[in-house]
Design a binder for this molecule. Structure first.
Ligand code: GRF
Length: 215
């Protein structure tokens, strides 16, 4: 049985290291997916250059051009609807994504900490790791979750933990977490592609066998 490739729309705002990781996994045949479009909320996002390099269709919907989140999201969804993606991947996307009807359970995010700690509005990039160090926790990590109506609150798919070392800086901790992110996000997307994720309230069951035939 040949499996149709999962069509991903990847949403970015920055350097696109997560996007690059997904491109690398797909090119290496480790992820049964294709990226049908990259959309950036910032005009100068380096991730757009990466998309260009690999011949991936890309668009900018500049957040700063819109008075409010609602009009920004309308414009974003207008572009998304042109591509009809199976799954939307937030990859360093810094705006709140509004779940239009039909998108529930079809949008994933990765957060560089162990949700529900060090997450929510304002916790992005280096700020997350700084907060982890300031608090003094001994373990951090990353979380892949379904997106719901607010930042970092949707049902959790996978988590991976890393130790916080004695002499960690924001940079060393971020690098250790990112190393895990690079394995975790493709794994979660692959599970989705195989139809092996079932949302039950707040919990996501990982099924032994696919939920839907052929996916
Ligand atoms: C990653 O650390 C991820 O956890 C967070 O954004 C970071 C990647 O940003 N959501 P980018 O892909 O380099 O722009």
């Amino acid at each position: 049985m040949t499996m149709r490739l999962l069509k991903l729309a990847v949403l970015i705002s920055g350097t696109g290291t997560t996007l690059q990781n997904l491109i690398d996994h797909i090119r290496a045949g480790k992820l049964a997916a294709e990226i049908c479009v990259v959309i950036s909320s910032k005009t100068d996002a380096y991730g757009l250059v990466r998309a260009q390099q690999y011949g991936i269709p890309h668009h900018v919907v500049p957040r700063k051009n819109f008075a409010d989140l609602s009009s920004f999201n309308k414009a974003l969804h207008a572009v998304l609807s042109l591509y009809n993606p199976d799954l939307i991947i937030l990859a360093g996307f810094l705006s709140l994504f509004h779940l239009e009807p039909g998108y529930k359970g079809k949008v994933l995010n990765i957060h560089p900490a162990l949700i529900p700690a060090f997450c929510g509005k304002g916790y992005y990039g280096k700020r997350v790791h700084q907060a982890v160090l300031d608090y003094g926790v001994k373990i951090s990590g990353c979380t892949v979750h379904f997106v719901d109506e607010t930042y970092d609150t949707g049902p959790i798919i996978l988590q991976s933990a890393v130790p916080v070392e004695e002499n960690d800086t924001v940079e060393t901790l971020a690098a250790r977490v990112f190393h895990e992110e690079c394995k975790l996000y493709p794994r979660a997307i692959q599970l989705y592609a195989e139809g092996r994720l079932r949302i039950e309230g707040r919990r996501v069951r990982i099924l032994e066998k696919p939920e839907v035939e052929g996916r």
